[in-house]
Write a protein that binds this ligand. Sequence first.
Ligand code: FAD
Length: 367
Amino acid sequence: MAHDALVVGGGPSGCAAAIAIAHSGSSVALIDRGRGLAHPWAAILTHDARAELEKIGFSTTIHEIAQVRVGDGERSMVRSLPPGDLGVVRRPEFDDALLDTARANGVEVLDHHDAHRPVIERGFVRGADVVNDAAEITLRAEYTVIADGANSTFGRALGTHRRRDLPHLITARGTWSSPLSRVVECEVLIGLRRSSGEDLPGHATIIPDGDGSVTVTVVVPSTARDAAAVNPTNVLEETARNIADRWALDPDQPIGELRSARLPTGRSVGPVAGPTFCVVGDAAATADPLTALGLGPALVSGSLAGRCVAEAIATGASAPLQAYPDGLDEIIRRRNRWGSMALNLAGREVGNRALRATLRLAASARR
Ligand SMILES: Cc1cc2nc3c(=O)[nH]c(=O)nc-3n(C[C@H](O)[C@H](O)[C@H](O)COP(=O)(O)OP(=O)(O)OC[C@H]3O[C@@H](n4cnc5c(N)ncnc54)[C@H](O)[C@@H]3O)c2cc1C
């Protein structure tokens, strides 16, 4: 089976790349291993992410957010947002709807297919060996886009690696039922606490989904003292207990499992392009290093890589792919200015103070 392009990973970055390639008239297959029995969790859609989604003709149910409360548990300030600025979606429904949009745009979507090995011919990546329930097949393509998320086993098989000297984020998320799910306010809580009661740099975000539940995410920078000993799930449980009254939730009754993950950010992974491949989204560490918001950068990087691949197919030369790293750097640098600065400070002496100040600065600089 041969296509002009193959996209490995059907999250936001992979869908955006595949749609950009399909728009150029080239043939593109997208494979996703499937997300199992993932329970719905809420994610913030920033203004940038929404603008990208509009460009690809994507629409879904969005719970509109009118204000953000930033505080440390004792004091807080509220910032009003213009209409249509910030919204909340429920994943994985959001991801499923994106795959439908890719199909509608002419992308051949192969769900429940796991890319377990790149196909290398004369030193060039030419697709992937893929397994599904029934069989193992080889999908050949001129160009491959790697969009397999933060762990990026496929990317690593091709030699991408995370720079260990750059920080990453230690995260956890959980979802709880709450009668306050319809409020139009998100809360950002600066400063976390370990279950021992000790303060920890980082922040939590409380996200109402408009449909019966709220998702809580905690984010700890890897620069925090004793970061290796941080158990993000315990920090999440502690946070849920602290906000339980305010958000009318039962901290002992989460919906589904609490999930923890390490998120590379700030372009700490490379290389992001070779003669026949590009790496996009979390696989290329595009998420914001301060907030962990990654949907916007994932969509932008996917679209950019998709356009580069489409141009390479059209011209029959791989030169357009070599422009992708610089284009990506430019976008990410512009977006992550405040986050990169704060992450390098966070966890050191000025940790929480810098984080508080920077989040407030970032909030006012966004408009
Ligand atoms: C706790 C937490 C909370 C977050 N909250 C937000 C938020 O509120 N707003 C926001 O903007 N961002 C948020 N982010 C970041 C955001 O989720 C990611 O940046 C975004 O999902 C990246 O998209 P992606 O397409 O690159 O990767 P993913 O969304 O991870 O998609 C990767 C896809 O690849 C597939 N895959 C992986 N390996 C293979 C393989 N070998 N073969 C086939 N398929 C494969 C997976 O099934 C998956 O569908 C959060 C992150 C974390 C960790």
